[in-house]
Design a protein around this ligand. Structure first.
Ligand code: MN
Length: 418
């Protein structure tokens, strides 16, 4: 399938991230106005809450788009998701009347907000190359991959409260660290603050407590995908992570891109997960391809400097798909809810320039890499890190919008009260 042309001319440019094929879901505000649900189209946002209120978009039951988050639509299931897409596509397609024109808002005039209310957040560790690189640095190459890694999509339960939308500043955290030269740990600002380049899967429909779901059912539950940066304090992580995994090192913030790209927009880009090194247990078998071919990159911009692209990789590097992760998440009988967010795990390729964290790019700080105006091992104060991604179609692309954040200096005294 090629480009679906729109009367919103900017949406038809081959490099536009938001053609009519995409229609990603976001929440925007203009000035002091209240946040509203919208979908990106070209250089505009179509105010879908306005369309629904005006009777141009009819969804079953009750108003679903007046909530300033997409959760009510997400909870309504695949038939409603398809209906929203079909109706908005019909309104914006080339040759349609311009009844939706009064509901267009220039993207440049809008502030993008959290597109959904995060119920709970789980982060996985499903990138083979990342797991091998980090394992090599922390435990040596012989023990790099934990013995369970090729059998289980490993994850930890993160904090929904830490998830923020692109553009939100991130404060360098304080934490407990311990260096090899000292007998005692110290409490200090993190010196090894880092990113993790990930994709996030957003759960639409819930699962029933006590009953695991199949991989096919899990895929049906997923509403869409975002870019996700799981900010990580490596020095805090190295000291705290055994035996229960990361805790405060990953709890400062997790940034997501402002647009949820619905699964339907990614359908042409489905690909299988890579060949299995060990056979998976039957409950993790994929009945059809459930990964997506999405090109990813990371840019680092120093304070007042130019951006350097420090990594280029692809979502196709994942060993486990989000559907496999979601299916595994329910094996215990754990109920999954509308608005649950699943981080993929850091996405790294095999080449040095394809690594999805500064920890790997600088090999634990031993090999600083060049950026505009200097070199980096880890993030410095006032650096801005931006994740970008798109799936490349025939004459069009499906973009996510930047997933960006600037790291502010640590508080001088985190316990001082103004
Ligand atoms: Mn992570």
């Amino acid at each position: 399938m090629g480009l679906i042309r729109s009367w919103v001319e900017s949406a038809n440019a081959p490099d536009c991230p938001f053609p009519l094929n995409n229609l990603p879901c976001g929440v925007f505000s203009v000035g002091a106005g209240a946040p509203r649900c919208g979908m990106a189209i070209g250089d505009q946002i179509v105010d879908v809450a306005g369309l629904e209120a005006a009777g141009l978009l009819a969804l079953p039951g009750r108003p679903l788009l007046d909530a300033a988050v997409w959760n009510p639509v997400m909870a309504s299931g695949p038939a409603v998701w398809a209906s929203v897409r079909a109706q908005v596509t019909a309104l914006l397609a080339e040759g349609a009347g311009r009844k939706a024109a009064p509901f267009l808002v220039p993207l440049a005039s809008a502030t993008l907000q959290m597109p959904f209310r995060v119920a709970e957040y789980t982060d996985f560790y499903a990138g083979r190359n990342h797991a091998f690189n980090v394992g090599t640095m922390f435990r040596g190459p012989e023990n790099a991959l934990p013995p369970n890694w090729l059998h289980i999509p490993i994850g930890y339960n993160g904090r929904a409260s830490s998830v923020v939308v692109s553009g939100t500043d991130v404060r360098r955290p304080w934490g407990q660290v311990k260096s090899a030269e000292h007998d005692m740990p110290a409490f200090q600002p993190s010196r090894r603050f880092d990113i993790e380049l990930e994709m996030g899967a957003v759960v639409g429909t819930p699962s029933r407590a006590g009953y695991p779901v199949t991989v096919a059912e899990a895929d049906d539950m997923i509403f869409g995908y975002v870019l996700l940066n799981d900010w990580s304090a490596r020095d805090i992580q190295a000291w705290e992570y055994q035996p229960l995994g990361p805790f405060q090192s990953k709890a400062t913030a997790t940034t997501i891109s402002p647009w949820i790209v619905m699964k339907a927009a990614l359908e042409p880009f489905r690909i299988p997960t890579p060949a299995r090194e060990k056979p998976l247990l039957p409950y993790l078998h994929e009945p059809r391809p459930m990964l997506y071919d999405i090109a990813l990159e990371v840019g680092l911009t120093p304070d007042g400097g130019q951006e350097t692209v420090i990594s280029r990789t692809s979502y196709s590097e994942m060993y486990y798909s989000a559907a496999q992760q979601l299916a595994h998440h329910t094996t215990s009988g754990c109920a999954m809810n509308t608005g649950d967010l699943l981080g993929s795990g850091t996405i790294s390729g095999t080449e040095k320039g394809a690594r999805g964290s500064l920890l790997e790019l600088s090999w634990g700080g031993k090999e600083p890499f060049a950026v505009d105006g200097g070199a980096r091992s880890f993030i410095e104060d006032n650096d801005t890190l931006a994740l970008r991604g798109h799936a490349q179609g025939d004459g069009y692309r499906i973009g996510f919008g930047d997933c960006s954040g600037t790291v502010l200096p640590a508080l001088a005294d985190p316990y001082e009260r103004a």
